[in-house]
Design a protein around this ligand. Sequence first.
Ligand SMILES: NC(=O)c1ccc[n+]([C@@H]2O[C@H](COP(=O)([O-])OP(=O)(O)OC[C@H]3O[C@@H](n4cnc5c(N)ncnc54)[C@H](O)[C@@H]3O)[C@@H](O)[C@H]2O)c1
Length: 322
Amino acid sequence: MSELRVGVVGTGTMGSDHVRRLTRTTTGARVSVVVEPDRERRTAALAVAPGAVGMAGLDEALAAGVLDAVLIAAPGPQHESTVAACVRAGLPTLCEKPLTPDPESAWRLVEAERAGGRRLIQVGFMRRYDVEYAALRARITEGRSGELLMIHAVHRNAGTPVGYAESMLITDSVVHELDAVPWLAGSPITSIEVRRGRPNPRAAAGLREPILVLLRLADGTLADVEMNVLAASYQVITEAVLAGDVVRIGDVGHHADYTTRFAEAYDREVQAWVDSVAAQAISGPSAWDGYVAAVCCRAGVQALTAEGPVVVDLPPRPTFYA
Ligand SMILES: NC(=O)c1ccc[n+]([C@@H]2O[C@H](COP(=O)([O-])OP(=O)(O)OC[C@H]3O[C@@H](n4cnc5c(N)ncnc54)[C@H](O)[C@@H]3O)[C@@H](O)[C@H]2O)c1
């Protein structure tokens, strides 16, 4: 079969990494179009992907008929219109997290996809493709070490970008745990609470951190997440407390950021996506998962200022996503 022609939309930190990955690591695909309004970034991405053409907007790329699939790594507020255009064009789309920044727009994409009758949207929750995460989930699911009781998660970043707002502790970072924890446990989140201790005096004005996020799942599992964006290095560690054992993952040394810490997970994610598109059987994190994460993020942001737990209220999962 010929190579999948992938358009990459947005080539900042993540998009340029994906262009390199699709060109040098992934098999069965190549970058056919780079859609990036910033001329310098577009030129830099094109230098990595021989044969690709640069365009300033997705509409131009869709009209040119040179796309089999689209990878979106533009900022979150651009995701709804971009994913919707891909769905209208019938193109499989891997959209970096978040699917969209709020539940209403995420739900509109769920409805658009369902109206088309087949799965087209995958959300970039790459931890599901990390070898250790996958093994931990299998360990929990198989039940050999007894049922899951608790999860302790640590999510530490080595600094904050310019313009970092406190809500981004949830929407940019804890969002990964909001997807990974229920995925590991096999049970949805029912409430989110944020607890604060002593603030880091090094934090910028308006940013009170670290925070402790408490997640309660429908089956009674309790998870805590230390979210800390002023740590010495990027660290993501998870400990699962099972009835008969404790399993710890993520002791993988010090990294500056996610691009190296999860490099292999991104490789596996993109390869699995390309393979599933070729097989017309997309099965990764879905638009529904993106919607659920958006609902959890809203509750998590409310929990930053609320007293006690904030309830996560989800509709039943549509059978389309069973
Ligand atoms: N999965 C992960 O671990 C992970 C990590 C970091 C970022 N992300 C996500 O990836 C996405 C991109 O993040 P980033 O850190 O690379 O951001 P970035 O700001 O470095 O890059 C975004 C790029 O998109 C371009 N852009 C803006 N509007 C556009 C449009 N309409 N069409 C095409 N391109 C457009 C910008 O010019 C910029 O080059 C975000 O959704 C972010 O949350 C995911």
